[in-house]
Design a protein around this ligand. Structure first.
Ligand code: SAM
Ligand code: SF4
Length: 334
C-alpha cells in the first residue's frame, strides 16, 4: 500500500498531531475541570519507541509534519528525546510543539538541538491575575519566559494561541493585536470549541472570530490577508499595516475548514482520531510491530473520516449526524 494518506473526500493527510500525555500542570477553564480528572496510568501511554514506529511507517506514506501536544507535553519526561527520535525519521520535515510554556524556558536549547522546528505557546491573557484565573493557578511569568526563550533559540515563527471567551478575555483582543505591532509574533485567536464535555456555559462564552476583524475596523487598522506566515493548517492569516508580527483566525465553529483538513490525531493511549470532534477511534497499540496491519488500520480510519464536524449545530441544539467525542481537549491534544 503506498497510495498516500488520502481519505474518501480526496483530502491528503501529511500532518499528525501526537498527544504524548493526558496530564497537565494547569487546569484551564475551557479544557479541564478543576478536580476529578482521571488520568491514564503511565503503562497505557505509547512509549517513545512506539510513537516513533508509527511515525516511521506513516512517513513512508507521505506524512511530513508532526505536532507534539497533550495534556501538557512537557510533563512527559525527556520529551526532547522523542523530538530527536522523530527528527531522524526520513521524510519528516517539520516537528512543532504546542505547550503552555510553563516548563519550556529551561529546556529551549535542548529542544532546538533535538530538532524542534516550531512552537505554539498558549497564552489567553496578558494580565497576570486573569491568566492565573483562566489557568487556575498558572504563573504568567513562566510563559513570558518561554516566549523569550523561543526567540533566543530561533523557533520562528513564534505563535501564541489565544482561546477567546466572552466576558473572560474578549476585552483583550486589542492588546493582543498591539503585541503584533511591536513584535515578530503570530497571535492566533481560536474559537472556543464545545469538545468532549457538556459545558453549560459554552454557548454564552463562545465568541465568533469576526469580532477580531471588527476590532481592527474600529481601530482604523489597515489589515491585509497574509500568506507569508508559515504553518500547517486552518489559520486565516492577517497583518496590520506596519506590524512586525501578524495574527491568525482559527474559526472551526463559525466557519469550519474541514474541506482542507490534512490532519490525523494520535492520542496518548494510542488511538487514531480521524476527526477532533467525533467519537470514532482506532487503537494502534496491538498492531505496533505489524506494519501491514497498522497501515490497514490507518486506511480504515481515513476511510471513515467524515466530511465535516458539526460543532456549529451545538449553538442551535440541532440533531447531529454522528456521536461527538466524550474526550476532553486535554485527552485529544487540540
Ligand atoms: N497544554 C498545551 C497547551 O495548552 O498549549 C497543549 C494541549 S492544549 C489541549 C492544545 C490547545 O488546545 C491549546 O492552545 C488550548 O488553548 C486549546 N484548547 C483547549 N481546550 C479548548 C477548547 N475547548 N476550545 C478551543 N481550544 C481549546
Ligand atoms: Fe493544560 Fe493545555 Fe488544557 Fe490548559 S489547555 S489545561 S495547559 S492541556
Amino acid at each position: 500500500m503506498s497510495g498516500g494518506l488520502v481519505d474518501s473526500y480526496n483530502r491528503k493527510h501529511d500532518y499528525l498531531r501526537i498527544s504524548v500525555t493526558d496530564r497537565c500542570n494547569l487546569r484551564c477553564v475551557y479544557c479541564m475541570p478543576e478536580e476529578g480528572m482521571e488520568f491514564e496510568p503511565n503503562e497505557k501511554l505509547l512509549s517513545f519507541e512506539e510513537i516513533t514506529e508509527v511515525v516511521r511507517i506513516l512517513a513512508k506514506q507521505g506524512l511530513r509534519k508532526l505536532r507534539l501536544t497533550g495534556g501538557e507535553p512537557l510533563v512527559r519526561k525527556n520529551l526532547e528525546q522523542l523530538v530527536e527520535m522523530l527528527a531522524n525519521i526520513p521524510g519528516i520535515e517539520d516537528i512543532a510543539l504546542t505547550t503552555n510554556g510553563v516548563y519550556f524556558a529551561a529546556k529551549a536549547d535542548k529542544f532546538k538541538q533535538a530538532g524542534l522546528t516550531r512552537i505554539n505557546i498558549s497564552l489567553d491573557s496578558l494580565r497576570a491575575d486573569r491568566f492565573a484565573m483562566i489557568t487556575r493557578g498558572g504563573d504568567i511569568h513562566r510563559v513570558l519566559q518561554a516566549i523569550e526563550a523561543a526567540y533566543r533559540v530561533g523557533l520562528y515563527p513564534i505563535k501564541i494561541n489565544v482561546v477567546l471567551m466572552k466576558g473572560i478575555n474578549d476585552d483583550e483582543i486589542l492588546d493582543f493585536l498591539r503585541l503584533t505591532l511591536e513584535r515578530d509574533i503570530q497571535v492566533r485567536y481560536i474559537e472556543y470549541m464545545p469538545i468532549g464535555h457538556d459545558d453549560a456555559g459554552w454557548k454564552t462564552k463562545y465568541v465568533p472570530l469576526s469580532t477580531v476583524l471588527e476590532v481592527c475596523k474600529e481601530q482604523g487598522f489597515e489589515v491585509a490577508e497574509s500568506a507569508a506566515v508559515y504553518g500547517n493548517g486552518p489559520s486565516q492569516n492577517y497583518q496590520i499595516q506596519g506590524a512586525k508580527g501578524s495574527f491568525g483566525l482559527i474559526h472551526p465553529v463559525s466557519d469550519h475548514f474541514c474541506q482542507t483538513c490534512n490532519r490525523l490525531r494520535l492520542t496518548a493511549d494510542g488511538n487514531i482520531k480521524p476527526c477532533l470532534y467525533w467519537s470514532d477511534e482506532f487503537n494502534v497499540r496491538p498492531l505496533i510491530g505489524n506494519e501491514e496491519q497498522l497501515l490497514q488500520l490507518f486506511y480504515r480510519a481515513l476511510g471513515q473520516k467524515p466530511e465535516t464536524h458539526e460543532m456549529a449545530l451545538k449553538l442551535t441544539d440541532k440533531t447531529q449526524s454522528h456521536t461527538p467525542t466524550l474526550r476532553r481537549m486535554s485527552q485529544i491534544g487540540g
